[in-house]
Design a protein around this ligand. Sequence first.
Ligand code: GLN
Length: 491
Amino acid sequence: MKLNELALAELTEKLARREVSSREVTQACLDQIRRLDDRLRAFLHVNAEDALAQADAADRALATGATHAQQPLLGVPVALKDIIAVKGQPLTCASKILGNFVSPYDATVTEKLRAAGAVLLGRLNLDEFAMGSSTENSAFGATRNPWDLTRIPGGSSGGSAAAVAAHEIIAALGSDTGGSVRQPAALCGCVGLKPTYGRVSRYGLVAFASSLDQIGPLTKTVRDAAVLLRVIAGHDPRDATSVPEPVPDYAAALEGDLRGLRIGLAREYMVGGLDAEVKAAVDAAVAHLAKLGAEIVEVSLQHTEFAVATYYIIATAEASANLARFDGVRYGLRVEGGDPTEMYCRTRGAGFGPEVKRRIILGTYVLSSGYYDAYYLRAQKVRTLIRRDFLEAFQKVDAIVTPTSPTAAFRLGEKTEDPLQMYLSDIYTISCNLAGICGISVPCGLTRAPRLPIGLQLLGKPFGEATLLKIAHAYEQTTPWHREHPPAVTA
Ligand code: GLN
């Protein structure tokens, strides 16, 4: 096995025993990127020289007695979605409007990764400002799915998922506003976790929809997600929405069987446009969870059918406000012309892509006088009902199991002409963000021809990440799916 193919937890053991060096594994990742990434396009920027210098520093620290107990990521190459600030690195959000922008500061999660000893290797592709489900909305070209280069990797953290699945990087961070960590993880066959709203600081995450955004890990295994979450979680005075809830040792809580746990099966989720192979894989996974000792209980999330509409009112409203700051004055691109209003129009007209413009227009409309009550206010009320459905269900169960995505990876271009079809690919992930709860996607099967990953989603109570990770780990360790890798990339 090549060094870049190791999972994070395996790698840190080898680094601790000094069997491998951080420089060797960083170089192995860089080699894989060089070999694959002109076809995959997961990276927008590779920080090769600086990464090797960080790796050498980690090797020196390891040589002089630093441990992974103190610094859990010491020497581990990771990469961040290009919407999370890394000082001195590009921060483009895959948008032309920030095409030349370099971040003057580190996000809180970036500081935490550095303090934990991680090697920051580069910037990962995404849908422009995280708006999309396929990474086709990147202004710098779509990322491909490593299982089939004619297909999308999911989105919006498609670069993060593809890079992890293709072993270009050991682990990555993405952001999840309506599914953007979990859905690409499902479509690329890796693990993706969206923490509870408030669990992880968003200071330094470029805001899309502030009441929904969370940063989360994309990893090769559930254990790796547990390790990474512990590093990035916690209260931050610079993000008033982060919650001063203690951060448990998630990895220590993984062991143990599922006896005594109750897992809900949402009646409303197993219908409609669900692909037959995805349904069969999820049904088999539910049966497997029962075999592991969990009690399966049917629950009802009655307002599910309104989730997509509610999300696209709230998310676009918040986006229209958040993106007002890109005006040619303070950041990035500026297209000169006439008076200031003309300059704003030209800058925003040239800088934003079509999907971002569509969302700004929709969001401005639903907030405008005369429509606010009919759309925005009503959506907020429905959001409360959706949250209530979950809190009621969690009186009866410890977690809820669903598919992550209604289909496996679709073809590039297949849904770009039809935004509504694209929006429907988030039907199972969006409610989690509206309710502010946590969710994880873990591989649960492969379609037959072509062989494409299928994801199982587990949804948990607010701050119930430890329970989700435990269930996902028990499932993963007794099924073969996490050992399957995209054929072309391990050859
Ligand atoms: N696909 C959803 C959207 O387009 C979710 C994106 C996200 O989670 N960032 O808004």
